[in-house]
Design a protein around this ligand. Sequence first.
Ligand code: NAD
Ligand code: UFG
Length: 341
Amino acid sequence: MKTKILVTGGTGYIGSHTVVELQNAGYEVVIIDNLSNSNAAVIDGIEAITGIRPVFVEGDCTDINTLHELFKANPGIKGIINFAASKAVGESVQKPLLYYRNNLNTLMNLLDLMPEYGVKGIVFSSSCTVYGEPDVNPIDETAPIKPATSPYGNTKQVCEEIIEDYIRSGAPIKSILLRYFNPIGAHPSAEIGELPLGVPQNLVPYLTQTAAGIRKELTVFGDDYNTPDGSCIRDYIDVVDLAKAHVIAMKRMLDGEDTDAVEIFNLGTGRGLSVLELIASFERATGVKVPHKIGPRRAGDIEKIWADPKKANEVLGWTASVPVDETMKNAWAWQCKVSKH
Ligand code: NAD
Ligand code: UFG
């Protein structure tokens, strides 16, 4: 019998790619999503890739009764991957209560119900944002957590602590906290990808929309940083590589007998790329020019951060493998498909 996994936020960007990889690996998936930042048509894309239509519950994880009903209607769920969260840094500064309410209540409801319904483990979507501006790069999991610079970032820190406290209190569950660096790209089939609502705030969707002529020009936020070309440096990780790490983490959490109750992994490539280098990669991979100009720095941006992924490489046996030019090609194929609609 297939192991049943609940994926919250499973019609979202990273969630949908992870559902594909879970199904490809033989897991049975139940999705819950309130469609606050995604579209139910994503399920068709998942089915087109895998040939399997996951169970989809349209519902809100902050409503505990909805979750009770879900667990009763889908007995035997063994693991949860919790993607469901609000994630726009700028919006979180404007609407902090929305972010605290959604991100914390979603997690606490899930944790609360896990023992009652026999769920053994939860994988949590955390972020390298918990490290703030690193003192050294690459950064590993033992680096200090810095004070959060936004309510969104704070929800990630507090959620990590909530999980640790709950397990320390004796709750009969395990957890793996995955600290993502910068997820980008789309499934190579172009059946699923990132669907930002309104004007994108993140680099790659803004870049692909500019290349498609939807935006006039990409602004590079600052070229006076202390980096080789003056633009900020990030560790951009392909979303399919990232999705695969979740499948490995789930297997380890559910099947590993001697693993710690809480484990933390950085998920990145180990390689830092500047904004200008990423633009160059896109142009090289697609042959399409990206009109861009240098603008002022964006408030709150970190100068440079990239992962030391050694722990994930060695303990999970996972390594990011998709070359960045390939990732940019996939991002472009997805943009071209979306632009046609
Ligand atoms: P996304 O917005 O595409 O996906 C999140 C999904 O959760 C959406 O489909 C949304 O409709 C759903 N959702 C939100 N609140 C919900 C609720 N209360 N009940 C049910 N569904 C709910 O975002 P994503 O980029 O796929 O991110 C997934 C997770 O990874 C988030 O927790 C995010 O904070 C984290 N993360 C993302 C990044 C990134 O750069 N994309 C980086 C680090 C961490
Ligand atoms: N950038 C531009 N122009 C743009 C958009 C972004 O130059 O139009 C630059 C930014 O200044 C930054 C880099 O591109 O140097 C990446 O910016 P993103 O907004 O794509 O990503 P961030 O690193 O700022 O933050 C993202 C998510 C956070 C998450 C963090 C770490 O938005 O939620 O990665 O995972 F916490």
